[in-house]
Design a binder for this molecule. Structure first.
Ligand code: FE2
Length: 203
């Protein structure tokens, strides 16, 4: 499987190209600003991009949607409440296939109402719900600390420790991590009650 990570745009965003193999079917996750290197790699590898997967609707995660769509004809996939042009609207528990890769959707509101995880082939694209060593902010429109608590503690932390974490920004010590490492090391994921987490975020 191909899994290419691109750090692009002015906000240290990560965009991902996932495909079966060179010349195979694939997806682009969170096309950000400055999408040209990603388009060049798609051409180089001959990937047939079927879907654009948006982890949430913030501009820095969708800025490249139109260019990727125009170049490849890919369909835009986002959570059903995302205020975006959507070709495929998804919700918690949905799954879909591209080539031989299956993608599963987990709804994780908190950073935004429309935040989702995409789990595929031993990886989880976490968008701005979880970064390496940090969690997403909740002080932007649609952000909700209590929802983020539930998403982190009851959804993300129930995932397999071996899953590789593919975050939405390069904010950590390393560009990727694992659920197990984040469970052990990420200070935002330490055991807390909801009240303790709300107090922790407010500090
Ligand atoms: Fe965001």
């Amino acid at each position: 499987m191909i899994l290419d990570q691109f750090r692009i745009g002015p906000y240290l965003n990560f965009t991902y190209l996932v495909a079966d193999e060179d010349g195979g079917e694939g997806v682009v996750i969170d096309p950000s600003f400055g999408i040209e290197p990603v388009l060049a790699r798609i051409d180089e590898r001959g990937v047939k991009v079927r879907y654009i997967l948006n982890t949430h609707s913030h501009t820095d995660h969708v800025a490249g949607n139109a260019d990727v769509r125009a170049r490849t004809g890919a369909k835009v996939v986002a959570h059903r409440v995302a205020p975006l042009h959507q070709d495929v609207s998804v919700d918690d528990g949905d799954a879909f296939d591209t080539g031989r890769v299956r993608f599963e959707v987990v709804h994780t509101p908190g950073h935004t109402k429309d935040s989702v995880l995409y789990i595929f082939a031993g990886n989880v694209a976490t968008g701005d719900t979880l970064f390496v060593g940090e969690c997403g902010r909740t002080d932007l429109p649609g952000g909700n600390p209590a929802e983020l608590y539930d998403s982190l503690q009851h959804r993300l932390l129930t995932l397999d420790d071996a899953l590789v974490v593919l975050p939405g920004h390069d904010y950590g010590a390393t560009p990727t991590s694992t659920i197990g490492r984040e469970r052990a090391e990420n200070y935002t994921l330490q055991p807390r009650t909801r009240a303790e987490f709300l107090k922790f975020l407010a500090e």
